[in-house]
Design a protein around this ligand. Structure first.
Ligand code: UD1
Ligand code: PEP
Length: 450
């Protein structure tokens, strides 16, 4: 088990470059399955474990995929299977995004059921409701979901009960080749939805209204491969903004799009942090005390759930008490227990966490319970007294490119140790503890009541 080791106390300064957005590139790679002519070339594709997983899913379907220097080339003319295997889908929920494109293009898809995960149960009922409204027959059994339509899907009006990002994307992709018009109401409005719509439109689709609550898709006969550059990752950008703020730093986050970061910028400013939108990036300057603020996660343009744990780390370093309310996922406070190991004072009441700022955090051995929790623990480690060891690095590798290297480039004292090095360290620690025990004189402790 590899680990990140962070020694707290350094102020971050300098320039860090944001990678392409994980949550854009995954649906965009899935959408490439719709290209019946030509190849798709996807630029700024971040080298993340999740990207490798979805590439493998496409390969398992018969597409040819190459990945070199952050450029993915997909040739989906050759798809030969419509079944996404369990081993890949279980690794990453976003694999389920191949269902819409497969169903639309071939009239059939069989995908392993994506399970729940640490942050909530994450049902897919809204995706399925959309496919059914478009004429697909859905069958569930033996851990698989099968969807079939006897020919082209039909355009339909679909109201989403929750503004689900994944359901909006899956239905939007399915609708591109359907007969007639599809209208998605209460659609998700995230920037990644707009990026996907732009990609689909350059493939020849007709998608209008992405970024608003109503998206209209006119079905077309055929789509083709195109070149596309993925938008910068707003969650990675937000993570660096918070890291800069917690250390009292001055950091330019290159590539960050201020328009995508509205709620994060507003909350940082409320806390007393200066945020300046510059050409091609955002600068964060934290040169005063941090004020406590309340935060409530909501679908875009509300405060992103994917920044909730990092923000909680920052609130721990603020003056006063803050309330963090998580409304998107029902179980996204797993990091609270880990923060407590670092001397944090946080009380959870239902969907809210009451965070007492100001206590000095202390380094500890902690575990990333999910991707963003991992980033948040590293952020807390940047200001903790002593050394913080963060295990569960596989979660962090799903969504951050070279996180330790990028933070170290800003002056953080952080590095990663391999599984082997971590085993040697732990062995040394065990031996040191044993040595101390054998040196201690045997103590006879009398119970106080004896
Ligand atoms: C790969 C990707 O883009 N992941 C993002 C995407 O996940 P994902 O697309 O899975 O998230 P959703 O927007 O679908 O989920 C939002 C809420 O809707 C619920 N729901 C969703 C679908 C459904 O059919 N039924 C239902 O009840 C979920 O349980 C959750 O409570 O958006 C989340 C919310 O911004 C982010 O945290 C994830 O980083
Ligand atoms: C929850 C996240 O991703 P996913 O939907 O891929 O699990 C995330 O990026 O924080």
């Amino acid at each position: 088990m590899s680990k990140f080791i962070v020694r707290g106390g350094n102020v971050l300064a300098g320039n860090v470059k944001v990678s392409g957005a994980k949550n854009s590139v995954l649906p965009i790679i899935a959408a490439s399955l719709l290209g019946e002519e030509g190849e798709s070339i996807i630029r700024d594709a971040p080298p993340l474990d999740d990207v490798m997983t979805i590439n493998k899913v496409l390969e398992s379907l018969g597409a040819s995929v190459t990945y070199e220097r952050e450029v993915i080339t997909v040739d989906a003319r050759t798809i030969a299977s419509c079944e996404a295997p369990y081993d890949l889908v279980r690794k990453m929920r976003a694999s389920f995004l191949v269902m819409g494109p497969l169903l639309s293009r071939t009239g059939y898809a069989r995908i392993s059921l994506p399970g729940g995960c640490a942050i909530g149960t994450r049902p897919i009922d809204q995706h399925l409701k959309g496919f059914e409204a478009m004429g697909a027959e859905i069958n569930l059994g033996q851990g698989f979901i099968e969807a079939k339509s006897g020919g082209r899907l039909r355009g339909a009006k679909i109201y989403l009960d929750v503004a689900s990002v994944g359901a909006t994307e899956n239905i939007m992709m399915a609708a591109t080749l359907a007969e007639g018009t599809t209208v998605i109401e209460n659609a998700a409005k995230e920037p990644e939805i707009v990026d996907l719509a732009n990609y689909l439109n350059s493939m020849g689709a007709v998608v209008r209204g992405a970024g608003t609550g109503v998206i209209r898709i006119e079905g077309v006969e055929k789509l083709h491969g195109v070149e596309h550059t993925v938008i910068p990752d707003r969650v990675e950008a937000g993570t660096f903004m918070v890291a800069a703020a917690i250390t009292g730093g001055n950091v330019f986050i290159e590539g960050a799009i201020a328009d995508h970061l509205g709620p994060i910028i507003s909350k940082l400013e409320e806390m007393g942090v200066r945020v300046e939108a510059e050409e091609n990036g955002v600068r964060v300057i934290a040169d005063g005390p941090l004020k406590a603020v309340d935060v409530k996660t909501l679908p875009y343009p509300g405060f992103p759930t994917d920044m909730q744990s990092q923000m909680m780390a920052l609130l721990l370093a603020s003056e006063g008490t803050s309330v963090v309310t998580e409304t998107v996922f029902e179980n996204r406070f797993m990091h609270v227990d880990q923060f407590r190991l670092m001397n944090a004072e946080i009380k959870v009441e239902g969907r809210s966490a009451i965070v007492s700022g100001g206590a000095k955090l202390s380094g500890a051995k902690v575990c990333a319970t999910d991707l963003r929790a991992g980033a948040a623990l590293i952020i807390a480690g940047l200001v903790a007294e002593g050394t913080t060891e963060v295990s569960g690095t596989h979660h962090i590798d799903r969504g951050y490119v070279n996180l330790a290297e990028k933070l170290a480039g800003l002056g953080a004292d952080i590095w990663r140790i391999s599984q082997e090095e971590a085993a040697v360290e732990s062995d040394k620690a065990d031996k040191a503890a044993q040595a101390v025990q054998t040196e201690l004189p045997s103590l006879k402790i009398q119970p106080t009541w004896a």
